[in-house]
Write a protein that binds this ligand. Structure first.
Ligand code: 5AD
Ligand code: SF4
Length: 352
């Protein structure tokens, strides 16, 4: 399938039927040729749901009073990390709401230091929102080496509509550049199916990803959350009507990314399982090669709801572990346990 023009990319994002099957088959071929049949695992610890920001789509935004806020103790986090080691996931993703005050910075640094000390071989990915360059450097020196920061949308008009006026697309882009400059493996991503988002906007995001030369991607469908300003009766009805379209377009964007950037790591977002119970498996079949099983203790899972209908809320790390390996196998791929699974794209750009 020729994908050299914007019109072709638009058509591919909206593809259904035989065109979609062809697109996904092309993505599978690109994956096999570039990175093989391995699926890598990252155990995700949602260590705190306290956030300084107020993104209009997000369930744990500062303004949502209905959320019970938590911050896991260092001991609780250490127990999750020990589980990740035992389950042989190879990497940890430490995710939290965005916090930038000194006490929070110390907390994140202490976690990274203790993981690095206890498990020298473990991959450490951070997903802590926008942080300043000196702090990102400290985190890197403490042992973190990967960072996920979704752009959410690269389109200024849409970004403004989805965020309060003091949130800045330019600052987010600067943070992505800082991460790159510091030598991190950098991951980006967006949401598909945002109110007001057109096919052209999604094409802009794809081109932003390609031009940004990122190493990893974590992108997912927008899932409406009742307790957010973005959920009005109109957008709720709009979203419900478009569920299937949002799901299918997310798969297609994953397939396109695999074709455009074949050596990158691409995660199958948990939010896909909101739409179909084999959502993540379908993403693996469309070109994704990373799964991020939650290892967050079940007591906290209910309080970390970025979106509603989040799957696995009553699961625990053990159960998620068994289920996640089966997902890879059902997609006819090879669960690669006990390895970090570094992005080949990163290795190529740093080692020539
Ligand atoms: N639906 C889907 N994803 C969401 N995120 C935040 N709110 C939602 C939502 N309602 C995503 C954002 C953020 C990531 C941690 O969660 O893309 O980067
Ligand atoms: Fe905070 Fe991230 Fe949610 Fe925005 S998307 S409110 S930064 S947790």
């Amino acid at each position: 399938m020729d994908l050299s023009t914007r019109a072709q990319l638009r058509k591919a994002i909206a593809a259904r039927g035989s065109l979609q099957r062809e697109l996904h088959a092309q993505a599978r071929r690109a994956r096999l040729a570039a990175v093989g049949d391995a699926v890598y695992f990252r155990g995700i610890i949602e260590c705190s749901n306290i956030c300084e920001k107020n993104c209009l789509y997000c369930g744990i935004r500062r303004g949502n009073r209905a959320v019970r806020r938590y911050r896991m103790s260092l001991e609780e986090v250490a127990a999750c990390v020990a589980f990740i080691h035992k389950a042989r996931y190879g990497s940890v993703v430490l995710q939290a709401g965005e916090l930038t005050f000194p006490d929070a910075k110390e907390y994140f640094l202490a976690i990274v230091r203790s993981i690095r000390e206890r498990f020298p071989e473990m991959g450490i990915t951070l997903s802590l929102g926008e942080q300043d360059q000196p702090f990102l450097r400290e985190l890197k020196e403490a042992g973190a080496h990967r960072y996920l920061l979704r752009i959410e949308t690269s389109v200024p008009r849409l970004y403004r509509r989805l965020h309060p006026a003091n949130h800045s697309l330019a600052r987010r882009k600067k943070c992505l550049r800082d991460l790159r400059g510091l030598g991190y493996q950098v991951g980006c991503g967006n949401m598909i199916g945002l109110p007001g988002q057109t096919l052209d906007d999604m094409v802009d995001d794809l081109l932003f990803f390609r031009d940004g030369d990122f190493d990893m991607f974590g992108l997912g469908p927008y899932v409406i959350h009742r307790d957010t300003p973005l959920a009005t009766p109109r957008t709720v009805a709009w979203w419900e009507e478009r569920r299937e379209e949002i799901f299918q377009r997310t798969l297609n964007v994953i397939a396109l990314l695999r074709i455009l950037m074949p050596t990158c790591n691409i995660a199958a977002a948990t939010a896909l399982d909101v739409f179909h119970k084999d959502g993540r498996e379908q993403a693996l079949r469309a070109g994704a090669n990373v799964l991020m099983p939650s290892v967050t203790p079940s007591a906290y899972r209910h309080a970390y709801l970025l979106y509603q209908r989040k799957p696995c809320l009553d699961g625990d790390a053990e159960r998620c572990g068994r289920c996640i390996v089966r997902k890879a196998e059902r997609a006819n791929l090879r669960p690669a346990l006990g390895v970090q699974g570094t992005s080949l794209h990163f290795l190529h750009r740093t080692h020539g």
